[in-house]
Design a binder for this molecule. Structure first.
Ligand code: CAA
Length: 388
C-alpha cells in the first residue's frame, strides 16, 4: 500500500484495526477455527477499539468512515483471520439496506446499537433454491392488520446465530418477480423466528453460517424498510454493490496475510545450504504474488473511493474488484501453501487455514460467475447506449 495515497484518517483506522488484529485475533484464530464457535472476546475488542460502526454515518452513531475505511479495517482483520474479517464485515452487509432504504425513524431505531457494537446484524437473501437467482425466493411476508407474517427459510445466513437483527428479504407481492420483494428487519426475539442448522464449513469456521426458519413470524409493519413494498430487490442489489468491496478486502487481507507468512518462512527455511528465498524460482513466485495483490487492492480501493464519492453506478467496478481480489486470494494462498511444502499441508502451521478461508470469497455475495455476468451486462448496456 502506498502510504502517501491515503489520508491521516485512513491510516488511523488501519492502525487501530491492525492492533486489534494482532492482539485479539491472531493469537486465537486457530482455536476458534478448531472449535467453530463465535469469538465473543474478539467482538468485545472491536467494540472497545471503537470500530463497530466504521461505515455507519455519524448522525446514526457511527464513525462516518465510508466504504474505503471499512475495507481498510476488513483487510487488517482478515490478515490475521479471514473468519473474523467476515464476522465483522457481515454487519455492514446487514445494515446497508437500512442505510440505503430505511426511513429516518428506522435508521435512528436500528443503526446506533450496531455502531456501538451492542447489536450484530445479518443479511437474509439466499434460500435453498434461490442462490445466484436471488429473485426466485419463496419466503413470503403477508400483511395482516398492522403486522407482517413471514413464512419461509433463509439459507447461508452468515452470523445469523449471533445477530440481534436480521435484514430479511421476502415476497410481499407474489407474481411481480423482483418487483414484488421487500426488505424487512426482523429482531431475533420475534415469535416464529428460529435459528436452524449450523453449517460445518471448510473455512471461516469461527463465524456461524445458519439456516433461519420463519414460521408465522410476526413483525410490526414499521419494520418494512422504507415503509414501501416492492423496493427490496433493488435495495438488496445496491447493498451488494456496496458490500462486495468488503469481500474483496477480506480476500486481499487473506492473500497479504498468507504472503507475509510465506515470505518469512522462505527466508528461514534452509535447503541445499541456503534459505529457499535465495532461489530465483521462489523470488519470481513472490514477485508475481505481491504484484497481483497490489493490483487487486488498488481496484478495491478505487471502487470504495467511487462509492464514497457518491458515484451513481458502481455495480460494474464492485463486481470487478470482487472477482479479481477473490481469484487472487485463492491463487496466492494456494501458492503460499506450496512455499511451505509439506508443512503447508498440516495444521501445525497457520498457512492452510488461509487457503480454506479464501475459497468462500469466490462463492459468497455472488459467485464469481455471477460477477462476470454483472460485468458483461454492464459492458453490453454501455455499448448499446453508445450505439443509440
Ligand atoms: N442496483 C440497482 N438496481 C438493480 C441492480 C443494482 N445493482 N441490479 C439489478 N437491479 C434492478 C434492475 O434494474 C431490475 O429493475 P426493474 O425491475 O425496475 O427493471 C431489477 O433489479 C431486477 O434486475 P435483473 O433483471 O437484472 O435481475 P436478475 O434476476 O436477472 O438477477 C443478478 C440479477 C445480478 C443475477 C442477481 O440476482 C444477483 O446479484 N445474484 C447473486 C445474489 C447474491 O450475491 N447472493 C449472495 C447473498 S449474501 C451471501 O452470500 C451470504 C452472506 O450472508 C454473506
Amino acid at each position: 500500500m502506498i502510504k502517501e495515497l491515503y489520508t491521516a484518517e485512513n491510516h488511523e483506522f488501519k492502525e487501530r484495526a491492525r492492533e486489534v488484529a494482532e492482539k485479539a485475533m491472531r493469537p486465537v484464530a486457530a482455536k476458534y477455527d478448531v472449535e467453530q464457535t463465535y469469538p465473543w472476546e474478539v467482538q468485545k475488542a472491536i467494540k472497545e477499539a471503537g470500530l463497530s460502526g466504521v461505515w455507519i454515518p455519524k448522525e446514526y452513531g457511527g464513525s462516518g468512515g465510508g466504504v474505503l475505511n471499512l475495507c481498510l479495517v476488513i483487510e487488517e482483520f482478515s490478515k490475521a483471520c479471514g473468519g473474523m474479517g467476515v464476522a465483522y464485515a457481515v454487519n455492514a452487509l446487514g445494515t446497508f439496506p437500512i442505510i440505503l432504504g430505511g426511513t429516518e425513524e428506522q435508521k435512528l431505531r436500528w443503526l446506533p446499537d450496531v455502531a456501538s457494537g451492542d447489536k450484530l446484524v445479518a443479511f437474509g437473501l439466499s434460500e435453498k433454491d434461490a442462490g445466484s437467482d436471488a429473485a426466485s425466493m419463496t419466503t413470503t411476508a403477508v400483511k395482516d392488520g398492522d403486522e407482517y407474517v413471514l413464512n419461509g427459510e433463509k439459507k447461508w445466513n452468515t452470523g445469523g446465530a449471533v445477530a440481534s437483527l436480521n435484514t430479511i428479504f421476502a415476497v410481499t407481492q407474489p407474481g411481480r418477480g423482483a418487483r414484488g420483494i421487500s426488505g424487512i428487519v426482523v429482531e431475533k426475539d420475534r415469535p416464529g423466528y428460529r435459528v436452524g442448522k449450523h453449517e460445518d464449513k471448510m473455512g471461516i469456521r469461527c463465524v456461524p453460517v445458519v439456516e433461519i426458519h420463519l414460521e408465522d413470524c410476526r413483525v410490526p409493519v414499521e419494520n418494512l424498510l422504507g415503509n414501501n413494498e416492492g423496493g427490496g430487490f433493488k435495495h438488496a442489489m445496491k447493498t451488494l454493490d456496496l458490500a462486495r468491496p468488503g469481500v474483496a478486502a477480506q480476500a486481499i487481507g487473506l492473500a497479504q496475510g498468507a504472503f507475509d507468512l510465506a515470505v518469512e518462512y522462505t527466508t528461514k527455511r534452509q535447503q541445499f545450504g541456503q534459505s529457499i528465498s535465495a532461489f530465483q524460482g521462489i523470488q519470481w513466485m513472490m514477485a508475481d504474488m505481491q504484484t497481483q495483490i497490489e493490483a487487486a487492492r488498488q481496484l478495491v480501493h478505487t471502487t470504495a473511493r467511487a462509492a464514497d464519492a457518491g458515484a451513481k453506478n458502481i455495480g460494474k467496478l464492485s463486481a470487478m474488484c470482487k472477482l479479481m481480489a477473490t481469484d487472487t486470494a485463492m491463487k496466492v494462498t494456494t501458492e503460499c501453501v506450496q512455499l511451505f511444502g509439506g508443512y503447508g499441508y498440516i495444521k501445525d502451521y497457520p498457512i492452510e487455514k488461509y487457503m480454506r478461508d479464501a475459497k468462500i470469497t469466490q462463492i459468497y455475495e455472488g459467485t464469481n460467475q455471477i460477477q462476470r455476468l454483472v460485468i458483461a451486462r454492464h459492458i453490453l448496456r454501455e455499448a448499446a447506449s453508445r450505439a443509440s
